[in-house]
Design a protein around this ligand. Structure first.
Ligand code: GDP
Length: 295
């Protein structure tokens, strides 16, 4: 579907091969390709604009390295800047303070919260934690059962929530149970809506205040592109999220959403979902996504 950006740039820069310095006109020409490639990868246009300006500043006046063509050199700068924009390196979970730790997952309905909760539990058990999965979505029919079923598939305990309980009470009671039974980390799956609404947001704020989670991870569907960025900002404003899980990153998702969410909210992407199976969760590596965006 896409020519790789590297190839595209290379052909643009072929003309100026042999010149000792990258000049403004040729950089502009190359950056037009970069801009297109980023927009095709679904990067927010404001982010693209800022980004290409930065690359231009960096590229201008740079000596062309002997080992690289000017095209390759711009690709190199773009690659480095992309990694920077994506957060530099992986930021792991920040689990500090008193156990049991609490990780709260938030996001819109269908973003992959419930699945990610179970994936995360599996990931954490591999890291020698003893997780308790806590369904706190009391609105979507069968959401509680969905998480409990996933939990039993992977032999991880789940809290016996019921849909007539208040989510904040579920969280607090689950914490009590964790203390009693020796679970050291709670993963709270909260309700999502089709759109952000006041009631849902207040409820999330209430849970946050009641149990001070170590992590509030916003779960976003990479396929929804720009929409995910706006929603992420809104959740961040209200909840001061600590990170992002970007789901459905396998297949065609080129990672543009990742770039946009990170640069708009400033919050690190901590994990990506790469399939429907519970093992399909990966730690997020900015350099790998940068390579993917570049094609
Ligand atoms: P929730 O409403 O936010 O709890 O979303 P669910 O966890 O129920 O997920 C919605 C759909 O997305 C389900 O069909 C999941 O199997 C699917 N899903 C979740 N994460 C991924 C992923 O990383 N890749 C793919 N392909 N599908 C996913």
């Amino acid at each position: 579907m896409f020519d790789s950006l590297s190839e595209r740039l290379d052909s643009v820069f072929k003309k100026i091969k042999g010149r000792g310095r990258l000049d403004e006109a040729s950089i502009e020409e190359g950056l037009r390709e970069v801009r297109l490639a980023l927009l095709e990868a679904d990067v927010n246009y404001k982010v693209v604009k800022d980004f290409t300006r930065k690359v231009k500043e960096k590229a201008l006046g740079k000596e062309v390295l002997k080992s690289l063509t000017p095209g390759q050199q711009v690709v190199k700068i773009v690659h480095e800047e992309l990694i920077e924009l994506l957060g530099g390196k992986n930021v792991g979970l920040e689990l500090k303070g008193k156990k049991p730790y609490i990780i709260m997952l938030v996001g819109l309905q269908g973003s992959g919260k419930t699945t990610s909760a179970a994936k995360l539990a599996l990931f954490l058990r591999r890291k020698k934690f003893s997780p308790l999965l806590v369904p706190a979505d009391v609105y979507r029919p069968a959401a509680i059962e969905q998480l409990q079923k996933l939990a039993s598939e992977i032999n991880i305990p789940s809290f016996g929530s019921s849909s007539n309980m208040k989510p904040v009470d579920i969280a607090l009671q689950a914490r009590e149970e964790a203390i009693e039974k020796g679970y050291d980390i709670l993963i709270l799956d909260t309700a999502g809506r089709l759109h952000i609404d006041e009631v849902l947001m207040n409820e999330l704020v209430e849970i946050k205040q009641a149990c001070s989670p170590q992590e509030i991870l916003f779960v976003a569907d990479a396929m929804t592109g720009q929409d995910a960025v706006n929603v992420a900002s809104r959740f961040d404003e209200l909840l001061d999220i600590t990170g992002v899980i970007l789901t459905k990153m396998e297949g065609d998702a080129r990672g543009g959403a990742a770039l946009s969410i990170k640069s708009v909210t400033g919050k690190p992407i901590k994990f990506i979902g790469v399939g429907e199976k519970l093992k399909d969760l990966e730690v997020f590596h900015p350099d790998r996504i940068a390579s993917r965006i570049l094609g």
